[in-house]
Design a protein. Structure first.
Length: 130
């Protein structure tokens, strides 16, 4: 950009090629400025690099604890800690309810990606009449 300005200062504005180059450079600068403004507007949330491994390990430990009769009661608060919410809805058959479990991790990923959290419906084989 500085070289173009120097060329103009030295009388280069008379050359059509320099004027064309300046137009291209200005257009590029404006386009890049708009792209940069759009990038800065996007929310950024950095997730811990070991998040997936930690979560996987936690779930494996919960499975092992649930298999042990003596540890089942101690496991309940840990299971509640990884669940964000449980949603009950009337089932499609007008009998019973469908159960939807949304994990904490799904909520975190939804915030990070600006998406809807994935849910894990437990409707298969589960009917609760009331």
């Amino acid at each position: 950009m500085e070289r173009i300005v120097e060329a103009f200062a030295g009388g280069g504005s008379e050359f059509a090629e320099i004027r064309a180059m300046l137009t291209v450079v200005r257009d590029d600068k404006e386009r890049l400025g708009r792209e940069l403004a759009n990038l800065e507007a996007l929310p950024v949330l950095a997730l811990h690099p070991g998040l997936a491994d930690d979560y996987r390990r936690e779930v494996m430990e919960l499975e092992a604890a649930l298999a042990n009769e003596e540890q089942k009661l101690e496991t309940i608060p840990k299971i509640r800690a990884i669940i964000a919410r449980v949603v009950l809805r009337p089932s499609d058959s007008n009998r019973g309810v469908s159960v939807e479990v949304v994990r904490q991790l799904d909520e975190i990923l939804a915030i990070a990606t600006c998406a809807q959290p994935r849910s894990h419906g437990l409707t298969r084989g589960l009917k609760i009449s009331g």
